[in-house]
Design a protein around this ligand. Sequence first.
Ligand code: ADP
Ligand code: MG
Length: 699
Amino acid sequence: MDTPLTPPVDPAAAPLGDLPGCGPRTLEKLAARGVLTLQDLWLHLPLRYEDRTRVVPIRALAGGPAQVEGRITAVESGFRFRPQLKVAVEDESGATLLLRFFHFHRTQVASFGIGRRIRVYGEARFGAHGPEIVHPSYRLLDEADPGVLSGALDPVYPAIEGIGAASVARLVAEAMRRLPPGEALELLPAAWRTRLGLPTLCEALALAHRPPAGTDLAALAEGRHPALQRLVFEELLAHHISLRRQRIAMKREGARAIASGGELAARLRAALPFSLTSAQERVFAACRHDLAQASPMLRLVQGDVGSGKTVVAALAALLAVEAGRQVALMAPTELLAEQHLANFAAWLEPLGVRVVWLAGKLGTRARTQALAAIADGSAQVVIGTHALMQEHVAFHDLALAIVDEQHRFGVHQRLALRDKGADGRCVPHQLVMTATPIPRTLAMTAYADLDVSVIDELPPGRTPVQTVAVSAERRAEVVERIRGACSDGRQAYWVCTLIEDSAEVEAQAAQSTFDQLMAQLPGLRIGLVHGRLKAAQKQETMRAFKAREFDVLVATTVIEVGVDVPNASLMLIENAERLGLAQLHQLRGRVGRGAAASTCVLLYQPPLSAMARERIEAMRASNDGFVIAEKDLALRGPGELLGARQTGLAGFRIADLARDAALLPAVRDCADVLLAEDPARADRLVARWVGGAARYAGA
Ligand code: ADP
Ligand code: MG
């Protein structure tokens, strides 16, 4: 027989094959749900618990799940409308409970002898004749089974497809029986357990699966219980360490230091019609410092919409160009990439820098030329969409990869761009920009592999956008308001939101709104832009709007990110109740970019759901992206907040970032200590919790 190459390091990783009752078919079904090892069963935590540790007097029943014990006083089975079996049970409290069964067997009816003791568990409700339970679980008691009460609550597990609930419970119980004793599994240093008041992993698991009678179930359900906090802490710690490890690995890869004098950047600054805000200065200085190192810059620049991230990116790009090397800027939509192209061309070409465009829709000749210029290095700055990541795009010497609105991309896409510049020993520097402000605690976990800097100041002279919510019944007034604003020389956006998840349907909605407004606002010049138009058409419409050749731009949410027309001061969002907070805030960020006072009108379709009402209220209450993000986190949880990025975090089994964010500072401190003092233990933690996600994230 072959001996295994590596003995199992962690008893938790033992496969399930030798659990009793775990045949090949069961194994297969478990595997389909990602349950492969003992540990996977240990972490298959109950959804809720059933309390059979005590018996409640019938008179004291208050509705809700309860266990009751008494004698059968009457049995009646009838078939009037449908088969029904009714069993009356009376206990010492003198009250009667009615049990109803709609599915039953004749032998079952026979077993309910008058005067027998019965113990039932189920959801008690109050019917016309007092308390009743439909389809309780029950046990008939006698001398042979006096019904000793359990000392622990019964777990109810999440279903595993194809395996019955009872089998899942039995499998988990078998797995728990194999939990190694004492500290064998423990990876969290004792000092940290004491400091945070957390139990050992074994204790935590034992409690989570079989909480003793009297356990605070609300604390368990809400994740506040120390046993759950223990599991959550370890999971967050493992994820955090895995991101930090990636960062360490990337930093180790090495990059070529860019130590140009900054002459081109200085020339751009001199040519700009404004001076940088101090936040922009600070972030640019950080980039400059990073670029001068021989390890790759891994910097995330967070800044609210309109905070001026683009110019910082352009200045950083010039440092690389001056060093004779190439820069790539990738944006998630063609519209946004085009706008960057326009800005970069206007800023850099006067300095003699060649800016090249590469997107999906490009004629064959133009594309061949672009590819050639990218390959021979004559394209100093390359701007485009996902097309930049395609295989046949070969850079001559990519020094800096800039990714805008990174939440639209996954980690792997950002890394794919990085790989374009990898030459075996060195990788390009990376600058990531996002207007999705995420709360600090969350940033620490989600972006533990990046250095985060924040542009926390808007350029001077901006007046805050005033936000109002208006019912769609008052649409006509809103249209009038647009007429008024436009005759004062202002410009307006009218945004149509997605009705179905289809660009086609969305485009139609925008088209009909456009037709309507054309009819209602004769004399105003109205443009239309949506995702189904050709790139050149979109570009032309945007240019015309920017050049004030249109008063109103009817658009789909394609204009959500990045579009910059400072003279536009009125934003109207139709069916605002359909959009999430982050998206509403992004759209609102399209106005308030000039000196004129701006307004954002949220046109909604009544009645509003409670959630939609809260979102609209939050929009009215604040213009600050970070405040909005906190609110968004509270309303939706972190999943959607982080967008594609979340895929790297989606693997949480137990933790919930919205709920558990308070643990994150301790998670980070503990990771610092482990990485410095016990890296082997840190690795075991990652292997235990993040196996799959780490493979993904390393892609
Ligand atoms: P975002 O951070 O949302 O990408 P942009 O980079 O598009 O913001 O900048 C928004 C607008 O503000 C642009 O018109 C830009 O030229 C302008 N801008 C950027 N920095 C400054 C500044 N320091 N002073 C005045 N205007 C600025
Ligand atoms: Mg931008």
